[in-house]
Ligand binder design. Sequence first.
Ligand SMILES: *Cc1c(COP(=O)(O)O)cnc(C)c1O
Length: 411
Amino acid sequence: MARINEHYQKLQAGYLFPEIARRVREFSAENPKARIIRLGIGDITLPLAPAVVQAIRETAAEMGTEAGVHGYGEDQGYGFLREAVREHDYAARGIDVAADEIFVSDGSKQDSGNIQEIFGSECRLLVTDPVYPVYVDTNVMAGRTGEADDRGRYGGISYLPATEENGFTPDPPDEHADLAYLCSPNNPTGAVASRENLTRWVAWAREHGAVILFDAAYDAFIQDPALPRSIYEIPGADECAIEMRSFSKRAGFTGVRCAYTVVPLKLTGETASGERVPLHGLWARRQATKFNEVPYVMQRAAVAVFTPEGRKQTGEQVTYYMENARRIREGLTASGFTVFAGEHAPYIWMRTPGGISSWDCFDQLLERAHVVGTPGSGFGPSGEGYFRISAFNSRENVEEAIERIGGAFGG
Ligand SMILES: *Cc1c(COP(=O)(O)O)cnc(C)c1O
């Protein structure tokens, strides 16, 4: 009999989004006339930028010719895309990342989930709480944790609470860890790490010989040019950090699929006997064995994001969502809610009214305003008492949602 990987049975049921869907379905069945506005999941709503659509069209046509057909791609992604990333996302900001250090992929979800494979099973993990569930669940599957306790925290993981007191950007702890997942701008809290905070993290990682796994999926949403968009803006980070970025949110690629991960050539880990080994080679090997690269058409679509038209058009998309975020933040504040973030991320994090639970807040918003958001507790115990509102929707829907919430809760 084939034995299963029993670590999967430690996973808390994929509870959050199925449970949201169930409650919305039930409500809709009882209230068939209610027009529900979804500010729940983090998925883009605007159409693809014309420059991206044109690149897909042209490249599809190219693939239809004998001279232009492309089969399996180049390891780590096509040079044209890695060079464009190096130039526009790094060199243009004075950051020294080489094209060879960039690995193109089909998503940061995949990369942030797969990256743990190149580390030893005994590595001690650290995550902030609340947290993007992928970081934790993939380590559970790999057997790097114990069982979950009654609050949903797994043994073998250090959880660092992101709270109002620390501005939802906790400083590194005094304790040791080997791998630390950081996400800035953060999903779900919408908080963004300051340069000082990241500097403390880099110092901590270097002191502990730890590796920071830095998820910058939302970097394009940072409005203040003084805030760091890359961990590599912090001196020394190229010796202690891997960075993951995605075209998903910045350019509407959630259904197109293209992202990349930077593994600096200087970054090393250690063998049991204390030998230093570059992580770059391990990730290259992992990807070469398990991944056959992003379709040529989609890498051409991604490089179109860096053309002058592509930058302008995708920049306008980000501006559109950030204007939604501004209106949500101001609208909810006017209705008496205490809201955080949403200034450098497409998420607003709010305190539940009257200290009710995150799920009670979900039910009240649904029943009284027909608006769907995401309970903070679904992202970890420290999310209890908070609620996430996404800015990914049409202006019209956002306006109406704010108005309804104001009507139901304001005054
Ligand atoms: C949306 C998101 C990503 C991007 O995932 P893709 O697989 O590139 O679409 C990565 N990390 C976080 C925290 C996200 O919210």
